[in-house]
Design a protein around this ligand. Structure first.
Ligand SMILES: O=C(O)C(=O)C[C@H](O)[C@H](O)COP(=O)(O)O
Length: 306
């Protein structure tokens, strides 16, 4: 199968704190979230990872199959577990606590890559988290990027800076080395401010264009997105909704944005669509459950008053 989008990284079982203190089980992991968001917009999506041969791993296989995501590049391994994380909600928004060290995904290395699938995909999507989980996973991402680009595919990269997983200096070195090989840069504003030391969104977009990306979509939270190409740049306004949980809003943006790019939209039109999808995804708890399908996004956009 030729994929429009192949995502590579670590999925994790999610336990998301509810207003009554109980934890709602679900599925998370940034690149898995992106894969599901893209599939819900109609893209042909596959996922590359290792899971534990455990009930959590089984539940991801069922989830992805239900979402129409190709799992032929996923392996369940007997000697390591599937990662887990908890989401708690406080004054500063949501927080993540991880139980992922030694997980099956973090033990992946370059030798585990599905070379044929990587050489055939139109877009490979990876992130700072895909590289932060272990040195072997970081190496696997670099190798995957080389394979995809040598075969003529494009690479998309979300910074997703997680300082619980690695220190800033190492994150900066690895993320920027990888982004120098990427076509589509998807930094979040707070991540990019820490990674570049700059505050101004336009100056940050310039950094990522200079690194080599042909499209930069810098997400600005509720303010929307700054989309920049070497020839043009525009701020695409955010959508106002009543948000209860922003977990995976960035990943939903990524998946929807990439799905619309492969469908032929220009990056500015794709960002308007993806802003709407991301806003809708904040209206319920959990990473995956509230992600909208295409019809809901179209409906929301049709009610827009510019
Ligand atoms: O932190 C990790 O390692 C995860 O993968 C857990 C989450 O599912 C994503 O981080 C959500 O990502 P955002 O879209 O940026 O909210």
């Amino acid at each position: 199968m030729t994929h429009d989008i192949l995502c590579l990284g670590e999925p994790m079982l999610e336990f998301n704190q509810q207003p009554d203190g109980r934890y709602l089980p679900g599925h998370g992991g940034d690149t898995s979230n992106c894969a599901i968001a893209a599939a819900r917009q109609g893209a042909r999506v596959g996922y590359v990872t290792h899971l534990g041969a455990d009930a959590f791993g089984d539940s991801f296989m069922t989830l992805w199959r239900d979402e129409g995501i190709d799992t032929s590049c996923v392996r369940q391994v007997p000697d390591a577990h599937t990662g887990v994380y908890f989401v708690t909600h406080g004054d500063g928004g949501h927080q993540f606590s991880y139980f992922r060290a030694g997980s099956a995904s973090s033990r992946m290395g370059p030798q585990d890559l599905p070379r044929d699938a990587l050489e055939q995909t139109r877009i490979l999507h990876v992130s700072g988290i895909s590289q932060a989980i272990s040195e072997s996973a970081a190496d696997a991402v670099f190798e995957a990027i080389d394979l995809v680009r040598a075969a003529g595919g494009r690479v998309s990269y979300d910074t997703n800076l997680r300082l619980k997983l690695w220190p800033l200096a190492r994150a900066r070195a690895v993320i920027h080395a990888a982004m120098a090989q990427c076509d589509i840069a998807l930094p979040g504003l707070e991540d990019a401010q820490q990674l570049t030391g700059l505050t101004d969104p336009d100056a940050i977009a310039d950094v990522y264009l200079k690194l080599g990306a042909g499209i930069v979509a810098l997400t600005l939270g509720a303010e929307g997105t700054l989309v920049a190409t070497p020839d043009d740049r525009r701020r695409i306004g955010g959508r106002q909704v009543t948000a209860v949980d922003a977990t995976a809003a960035g990943d939903t943006f990524d998946g929807a944005f990439l799905a619309r790019l492969v469908a032929g939209d220009d990056p500015f039109v794709a960002a308007r669509y993806a802003n709407a999808a991301a806003a809708l995804s904040t209206q319920g708890y959990g990473a995956v459950a509230p992600m909208p399908h295409r019809a809901a996004v179209e409906d929301f956009l049709s009610k827009e008053h510019p």
